[in-house]
Every structure is written in C-alpha cells, then in structure tokens.
Design a protein around this ligand. Structure first.
Ligand code: UDP
Length: 382
C-alpha cells in the first residue's frame, strides 16, 4: 500500500469516519479511509430500489433528528432535508396505537378521555399501585415509573424482551428514556428542534461528505488484516469494534444483531406509515418499515403502485456478525472498561463511533463527537 502518501488513516467509512475524514481533509491533511464493506455509509447506508426508485435504508430506518445547532448546520452543508416528521405506531393485541407514551395512547388504551392536567395523578396512582419507590434502577423500573405497569406490560415489556433478549430488569434505564413521555396529543416520536431525511438520500450524504480531493476511499479492505503494513507512527482514527482492535483479548463485547426480510409488494400503500411497531412478544419481528413514506416530497415513488417493506427481526449476535446495538449491562461495562484502558495506552489511535466507543449513539451524537474528537486531535498536533 502506498502508505507514505497519507498523513492520517481512518478505519471505517460510517458517519463518524466520513465526518472525521472531511474535517481532516479540509484542514489540509491527505486522508486514507478504509472500509471493509463494498460501499461507505456504515449502517446508515441507503440505496435506491431499482424497480421503484424508493430510497431504502439497508440496515433499518434512520431518521435524522437533533437539537444541536452546530450539528444541524454542519450536515446541512452537504444535503438538504425534507420535512418528514417521524411518527411511530404500534400494534398490540390487534389494535393500533400512536406510540409515543402520551395522551393519544393512554386514552385509547384505557378507553378514557383524560386531559393533560389529569395525566400526572393518573400515572402516579399507577406507579403507587406497582409498589415502586426510590430511583429506578433498571429499564423495567424506569418504564413503570414513567407510565405505570399496564402500559409497560402492553407496549414495552414484550418489545424490549424481543429487541434485547435480556430481561428488562437487567437493562439500563437510559434505553427507555430515549422514548418521549408526554401529557398531550403530540404524536411526534422525537422532541428535537430539527429532523428530516436527506432529500438526496443517505447515499447522497456519504457521497458528498467524501467528495474532497484530500480523501481517498478504499472499500473491501480489512484494516485489521493489514495493520502491520502501515507505519507505526501513522495516526489512526478507528471506528471498527474496539474489542476486535485488541483481538478480543478480554472476550467479545456483547451486541444485539438484526435480520431483515425485504418484500416488494404490488400495492400502493402497505401500512400507511413509515414504521409500525409490533409490541407483542408472540410476533417475531419488532417493526415493519415502509420506505416510501420517508419521502413525502418525492411524488414519483410515492405514487408508484409498488411499495417496498422490510420486517425487522432482532437476532442473536456473535463476533463476525453485523453489530447493531451494544448490550449495556453491568457485565459489558466491566469488559468495556478493560478495553478502554487498552485504548488509553494507544496514543496514536482515536477510537470513535458506535463500534469504536461501544455506545448506543444516534447519528447527531456521532457527528458531534466526531467533530469534537477530530478538532481536539488537530489542536494537539498543531
Ligand atoms: N421500545 C419499546 N416499545 C416500542 C418502542 C421502543 O419498548 O414500541 C423500547 C425498547 O426497549 C427499545 C427502546 O425503547 O430498545 C428504544 O427504542 P427506539 O425506538 O429509540 O430504538 P431504535 O430506533 O434505536 O431501535
């Protein structure tokens, strides 16, 4: 490999790697970015469905949302966003509900007509009945303390058990705090200031981030198999799995996997919305994505008599499978601490992204972190 031509090596062309590459290249560095897959974009990659033109998210739906002005302005340099507003519906025992834990769901579930001011006392009574006191120590207690046991059992318990294959009592409370809990009829899934889907598609986003003369992308290239061929003093920004970097020497960090079943259907609209969740444990998938609904501005695919759907099945994971969700338990935290100590002893390597930090990052947090890390590094080497 022509290693002397490059100032910095980046491993992984996901969102983190592409933002880091762009920043380094704009600062005048010659950047080589290696990607194990055949295309950039990591698990946020999308492709246009050949028959219908519909943008399909290859590894599950990605909706960009942020309240971070710096991140919003940054990403808008590369793509325009449509005005898609994410809503999630969920099916439970044959009935459909709006998912955000809010007034629409509460009133539909209980057959009540509560007003916003009545919700806190109603939930407080449910929590009292559940016998919970003190700070919630895990996902189950957190969920019950937010919405009470009946709503937890209907909409969270089964979904979470499927999603994580871990008892909700053994999962951290923060996972459920991702979901908004509201006392009004706002059924938006996110409470952020800005959201949308790149009108140019996620494929367009990655193409544009990497479109800089200082960036060389090499796909189908496994860094770990080649690392001895690089000079030891070449700075590396690494966004592969942190445990793989160290040869899994303390054992593999646990991930949750996914499996997707795709279907092109001869009908205009399968489910009337982009994402339908399935709350019940006896339905083997957690949700169905219907991608045409992410682009209401794009008349052509929207009006097509075909539609593309994808069923998402949680799956067990082993090293070598695609990692999707870090399984944050006490045991994995202890393991991660060992790898973090190893990483701290590698002054030439910056670890980042969902895999490199083993963190359940959203896309906006990945961008913020990438900008912080790469600028801290540039300030240091200046
Ligand atoms: N969740 C749930 N029921 C739902 C949707 C989500 O119990 O209908 C829980 C589940 O534990 C999930 C977590 O909330 O892992 C976070 O959901 P989110 O939609 O943010 O997950 P992502 O889109 O990142 O997979």
């Amino acid at each position: 490999m022509m290693n002397q031509e490059f100032d910095v090596l980046i491993v992984g062309a996901g969102l983190w790697g592409c933002v880091v590459a762009r920043e380094l290249a704009e600062a005048g560095n010659r950047v080589l970015i290696l990607e194990a897959r055949s295309l950039p974009g990591g698990n946020a990659r999308s492709q246009r469905h050949p028959q219908t033109g519909i943008e399909c998210h290859c590894y599950g739906a990605h909706i960009f949302h942020t309240s971070d002005k710096r991140v919003w302005e940054y990403i808008n340099r590369f793509v325009h966003f449509n005005d898609y507003r994410h809503t999630v519906l969920t099916t439970h025992e044959g009935k459909v509900y709006f998912m955000p834990l809010g007034l629409a769901l509460i009133n539909a579930f209980y057959g009540t007509a509560l007003r916003p001011s009545e919700v806190p006392a109603f939930i407080a009574e449910e929590v009292r009945r559940a016998g919970l006191t003190g700070e919630p120590r895990n996902l189950e207690e957190q969920a019950i303390s937010l919405v009470g046991r009946p709503l937890y059992e209907a909409f969270i318990k089964g979904y979470t058990q499927k999603q994580w294959n871990t008892p909700p009592k053994d999962l951290p409370a923060f996972i459920i705090r991702r979901l908004p809990v509201r006392t009004d009829y706002n059924v938006g899934y996110f409470s952020d200031t800005w959201q949308g889907i790149p009108a140019e598609g996620y494929f367009g986003l990655f193409e544009r981030l990497l479109d800089h003369p200082g960036i060389t992308l090499r796909c189908n290239t496994d860094y770990l198999a080649l690392r001895d061929t690089f000079p030891a003093d070449l700075p590396v920004f690494y966004s592969g799995p942190i445990d793989a970097f160290f040869g899994y020497r303390h054992g593999p960090l646990p991930w949750r996997g996914l499996r997707f079943e795709w279907e092109t259907r001869d009908e205009r609209d399968y489910q009337g919305t982009a994402v339908m969740n399935y709350a019940d444990a006896d339905v083997p998938y957690t949700r169905i994505h219907e991608f045409k609904h992410f682009h209401p501005e794009s008349r052509l695919p929207y009006e097509s008599d075909k539609t593309v759907i994808c069923r998402e099945f949680p799956a067990d994971w082993k090293p070598g499978d695609i990692p999707y969700y870090p399984v944050n338990t006490d045991a994995s935290a202890a393991l991660l601490a060992k790898y973090q100590a190893d990483a701290a002893a590698c002054p030439n390597v910056v670890f980042g992204g969902r895999l490199g930090e083993y963190r359940y990052y959203d896309m906006d947090k990945v961008i913020a972190r990438a900008l912080d890390q790469v600028h801290a590094w540039m300030d240091k080497v200046k």
